[in-house]
Design a binder for this molecule. Sequence first.
Ligand code: ATP
Ligand code: MG
Length: 446
Amino acid sequence: MLSIKLPDKVNYIIDVLTKAGFEAYAVGGCIRDSILGRKPEDWDITTSASPDQVKRLFPKTIDTGIRHGTVTVRVEGEGFEVTTYRIDGVYEDKRHPKEVTFTSDLIEDLKRRDFTINAMAYNEAQGLIDVFGGIGDLEAQRIRCVGNPYDRFNEDALRMMRAVRFGAQLGFVVEEGTKEAITGLAGNLSEISAERIQAEFVKLLLSDHPEEMRTVYETGMSRVFLPEFDRMMETPQNNPFHLYNVGEHSLVALQNIRADKALRLAMLLHDVGKPECKSVDENGIYHFYGHPARGSQMVRAILRRLKFDNETIDRVATLVAWHDDRPALRDVSIRRAIHRVGTGYYPALFEVKRADVMAKSPLKREEKLRYISEYERIYQEILEKRQCLTLQELAVTGNDLIQLGMEPGKEIGEMLQALLKHVLEYPEDNRREILMELAKTRRKPE
Ligand code: ATP
Ligand code: MG
């Protein structure tokens, strides 16, 4: 019934180690994924050989994490991590435990692993080694700790995020006892570095079940690294256009968009400004004036705190800032909108707008979708006509203006902006002669 097929290169490494008198198995995520019929991302090997012994047996190796027993063995240009059986000490800030002890016992190595489904080993001679009921949990579609969950999460708090992330990736549920332990220990996540949290958070968002962010909230983990999301979950929207509270609406929106890092982050956080911008009118209806701009500022602070790269921060903050922008459906208004938002954020912005509309009540939904389609159609037409939308595309440059005797610096900057403004209105005027003429006549008297 098991259909594990190790790649030839993995079998070769296991063979070399075995013939030299050591034990060796493929282990962890690759075995889990093979059994599930998913394609493993990488193949990890665990062995009784010490790192030095591994290095002596293979011509090409790299000391990847030699202190923790990991050597990368290169086989025809492909790298495989080979790690000595070990017992972990307490985990420190980074990916690795502070100190490890090597052991000759495979079972000890499997015991240190986080979840039963990640604690299975396999080779062709011995078959599957599953001492913690990993197969049973794969069949039951369940994430369960190896051993006592409280102990395991106290050793390494990041495992709590990993539990929910694996659940989201595989469509599994976190077993009750494991979930209870997470709820009890969620606060410990504050000891984990932003980088490690970010990695798990992104994997969860890019999974098939990004709405598992709800479990991150329910267990108390988001309160530690994303308290803004807790406020969203606790902000109702008493408004005929909405069915859910701000957080639940965002979770639905998140499911409506493809698995791209910036897009998923943008959907999760597009309304993050709402709790702060809430007002109530005389009919008791809630409004959230100004929430896109406020949200965009908050997004920058949140993503910086979680140590995201600047490109991601810019993308997400921009998409959030304009998610509710509604230019008039005229060429000129849309050219101005594209200029204002930035050409690089399209067509992503249309995806964001659609995912948002689809997560609201059906009231006027068709109308809103038609609006977005029309916006996109005009946008496409503008692109096809290659109309000028940026300073780079303007038919004159700063140098041209210097030739007219203008001062480099502020004067030229302002003139270029004025010309661009003109061209956004009259795209056919984007020709050098016309713009030079305009520049001459528009030039302010000294
Ligand atoms: P993926 O690569 O898809 O994230 P994976 O299961 O391969 O999944 P890795 O983070 O690559 O996860 O780790 C490889 C293996 O190492 C895991 O399957 C698990 O056995 C073990 N492991 C990783 N991180 C931890 C941890 N924090 N605590 C205990 N065991 C861990
Ligand atoms: Mg892996």
